[in-house]
Design a protein around this ligand. Structure first.
Ligand code: NAD
Length: 236
């Protein structure tokens, strides 16, 4: 495994699912990790889950709120002097009650764009100020398989993730002169609260597959069989 001893990493949306998994892997590689999430409790739970003592710190941070971002990043720089890695992982699938609506409403589009697109841009721009001073840094944006394929019931989410890929390409060009790498990854299917919500919706309204009578994880497994060549789910 890559050795990240002495590196300072910041992960957004790290109070659950994939973000928590990313923190565990960063910890195994020896990095110091600032675990952030809109849910302070979620961030604290990740800290306990990873169990890496004072190499880990947890902070409540809302990626849609520039004051919240500035406060946490400024505090981090004051304490730790540098940032080596930013993982923009925070993301949502819809606004409250999304899975009970057959067609996403205006609020779904707005909130998903605020978190998934504007949130990535806001955190990236704040951290990039530090990267420009340091003349180095790495940004990893968590996009999705949804960026590359349409979706009948969550076009707002798919287009938001396509925007993350496009933003990544633009930001990589902006930051190249400062020796900063900006990349995106497109995970496939992972059983997290986001997929629980997609399964709830598809068990009510159907989806692109025949899933009548299937619910929850059983419905998810049907998508894994159809979409993933190795027919096995990924893990956070
Ligand atoms: N689960 C999948 O199959 C899958 C596939 C591809 C990509 N993704 C992406 O992976 C990322 C993580 O998703 P997950 O599946 O682990 O879901 P999750 O719901 O378990 O995690 C998302 C986290 O983001 C946090 N969050 C939400 N709004 C926030 C905000 N405004 N500020 C800060 N944090 C906020 C939530 O509290 C939560 O802890 C998302 O960007 C998602 O779109 C997921």
């Amino acid at each position: 495994m890559i050795n990240l001893s002495g590196k300072e990493a910041i992960v957004t949306g790290a109070g659950s699912g994939i973000g928590r998994g990313i923190c565990s892997v960063l910890a195994l590689a020896g990095a110091n990790v600032l675990v952030t999430d809109i849910s302070g409790k979620g961030a604290e739970d990740t800290l306990k889950h990873c169990g890496y003592g004072d190499k880990f710190r947890a902070r409540q941070m809302d990626v849609t709120n520039e004051n919240s971002i500035d406060e946490i990043i400024s505090e981090h720089i004051k304490d730790r002097k540098k940032i080596d890695i930013l993982v923009n992982n925070a993301g949502i699938i819809g606004s409250e009650g999304w899975s009970n609506r057959e067609i996403p409403n205006s609020q779904d589009w707005t909130e998903v764009y605020e978190v998934n697109v504007r949130g990535v841009v806001k955190v990236s721009e704040r951290v990039s100020k530090e990267f420009q001073n340091q003349k180095r840094g790495k940004i990893i944006n968590i996009a999705s398989i949804a960026a590359r394929q349409g979706s009948p019931d969550s076009p707002h989410y798919s287009t938001s993730k396509a925007a993350v890929v496009s933003w990544t390409q633009s930001h990589a060009l902006q930051m190249a002169a400062y020796n900063v790498n900006v990349n995106a990854v497109c995970p496939g299917l992972i059983w997290t609260p986001i997929w629980e919500s997609i399964a709830r919706k598809r068990s009510q309204f159907g989806g692109s597959l025949k899933t009548e009578g299937l619910k929850g994880k059983n419905l998810f497994d049907q998508f894994v069989k159809a979409w993933i060549p190795l027919q096995r789910e990924q893990t956070p």
